[in-house]
Write a protein of this length. Structure first.
Length: 365
C-alpha cells in the first residue's frame, strides 16, 4: 500500500514537473511573440515618424522617445559622427552629462565593441560603485548596454541605453535590441538624406531669397499645413537678351528688382524662392489656383511695367544708360499635401523650358 502511494506521488510530481515545464515554455513563447509584436509596433512607429513633416533632428528625437516608452528604458542616447565631431542626435539625459556621453568612443571598455560591431553590457555589482565611463557622477546609471552603429560596414556612432539599477539588463533579449539597433541605423540612413537637403539651403546672393532646396524641406512643412495649394513657376524670358545687350550687371539688377517687387506684393505666409537661374516659384499656401489667377496676371503686368536703368558697370565711357524691362512666362498648377513637391516643380519647369520663346502669359496646367 505504501509503495503504491509512493509510486502515485512520484507520478504526480513528474506530471507536475512536466506541466510546469510546459507552462514555462508557453510563457517563453508568449513573451517572444509579445516582444516581436512590440518590435513590429516600434518599427511601424518609426515609419510613421519618418513620414511626418518635421525636421530630421526632431524626428530622431521622437524615435528615441518611442524607444524609451516601448521598451521601458530609463535613459537612451543616440550619438552620431558627422564627419567632424561626435554629436548627440537624441537623448533624455540631462545636458550636464552630454560631454561624457558623446566621448564614449574614447573609452577602452567600448573600443572592442566598436571594432567588432558587437554590443557591450556593463554593470556595477553594488551600490557606491560607478560605471567605468562615469567621471563625476554617482547614482544616475548602474548598468548600460552599448550598441555601435554601422552603415554599409562604416562606423557612424553608437546607441547606449542605461538603467539606474545594477544588473537591470541581465535577462534582456539582446536579439530584439539588435533588431531595434538595425532599425535605428535604417532611420538614420533615411534622415541623413533629409538633412542633406536641409543643410544645403542657401540665401541667393542677389535676391536674398531661399534656394530651391528650401522648397523640399522647411518650405514644404509650412505648405503641408494645408490640403492643397496653388504653385506658380515663372521665368524671365528675355534675361539672356538683357545680359547680352545691356550687360550682366544690368541682368542681375533686373533679377534683384523683380524679387523685391514680388515680395512686396505677396503675403508673408506664402513661399517665394529663386528656383534656378531666371526661374522663380511662388507657393500660395491653402489657396486654389482659380483664386490667384487674376492676381498673377496683375503681378505679371507690374513686373513687365518695371523700368530698370542700365548698370553703370555695363556702360562705356560717356555712354548714356538705357532702361530695360523684364518679360515673364508663368505656369500654375495645384499641389496636394503629402505628394512629391519635386515632381510638381519638375513638371512646371518642363513646361517653361518647352514653351515658345515668345510666349508671355499665365498658364494653368
Amino acid at each position: 500500500m505504501i509503495i503504491a502511494i509512493i509510486i502515485l506521488l512520484v507520478v504526480i510530481i513528474v506530471f507536475l514537473m512536466l506541466y510546469n515545464m510546459s507552462i514555462h515554455k508557453k510563457i517563453d513563447t508568449f513573451n517572444n511573440i509579445n516582444q516581436k509584436i512590440t518590435s513590429l509596433n516600434v518599427l511601424q512607429d518609426f515609419m510613421d515618424t519618418i513620414s511626418e513633416e518635421k525636421s530630421a533632428d526632431s524626428k530622431i528625437q521622437k524615435i528615441n522617445e518611442i524607444l524609451i516608452e516601448k521598451y521601458d528604458i530609463k535613459y537612451s542616447t543616440i550619438v552620431v559622427y558627422d564627419g567632424a565631431e561626435y554629436i548627440i542626435k537624441a537623448t533624455n539625459v540631462d545636458e550636464k552629462h552630454w560631454d561624457t556621453l558623446k566621448s564614449l568612443h574614447q573609452e577602452p571598455i567600448f573600443q572592442d565593441s566598436i571594432q567588432t560591431a558587437t554590443p557591450k553590457y556593463i554593470t556595477v555589482e553594488k551600490e557606491g560603485e560607478r560605471l567605468p565611463y562615469q567621471k563625476m557622477e554617482f547614482g544616475r546609471a548602474k548598468s548600460a548596454m552599448f550598441f555601435p552603429l554601422y552603415i554599409d560596414n562604416v562606423y557612424i556612432g553608437y546607441w547606449i541605453i542605461e538603467s539606474g539599477k545594477p544588473h537591470d539588463f541581465d535577462g534582456i533579449d539582446t536579439t530584439i535590441l539588435e533588431v531595434v539597433r538595425n532599425n535605428i541605423v535604417a532611420v538614420l540612413r533615411t534622415l541623413d538624406k533629409q538633412q542633406v537637403v536641409e543643410n544645403i539651403v542657401r540665401d541667393d546672393l542677389f535676391t536674398g531669397l531661399k534656394s530651391e532646396e528650401y522648397l523640399y524641406g522647411e518650405g514644404k512643412r509650412q505648405i503641408d499645413k494645408y490640403t492643397t495649394s496653388a504653385i506658380c513657376m515663372f521665368s524671365i524670358t528675355n534675361i539672356v537678351d538683357i545680359n547680352e545687350t545691356y550687360g550682366r550687371h544690368t541682368g542681375n539688377e533686373v533679377i534683384r528688382r523683380l524679387s523685391e517687387l514680388v515680395k512686396q506684393n505677396i503675403a508673408s505666409e506664402y513661399v517665394f524662392i529663386r528656383y534656378m537661374g531666371p526661374k522663380f516659384v511662388i507657393v500660395f499656401s491653402g489657396i486654389d489656383v482659380a483664386d490667384v489667377t487674376d492676381f498673377m496676371n496683375q503681378l505679371k503686368q507690374k513686373i513687365e511695367n518695371m523700368q530698370v536703368k542700365q548698370a553703370e558697370e555695363d556702360l562705356y565711357e560717356d555712354e548714356e544708360p538705357e532702361m530695360v524691362s523684364p518679360k515673364i512666362n508663368a505656369v500654375m498648377t495645384t499641389y496636394y499635401k503629402g505628394t512629391a513637391m519635386e515632381g510638381v516643380t519638375k513638371k512646371l519647369e518642363e513646361y517653361l523650358d518647352n514653351a515658345d520663346k515668345k510666349e508671355s502669359a499665365v498658364n494653368c496646367i
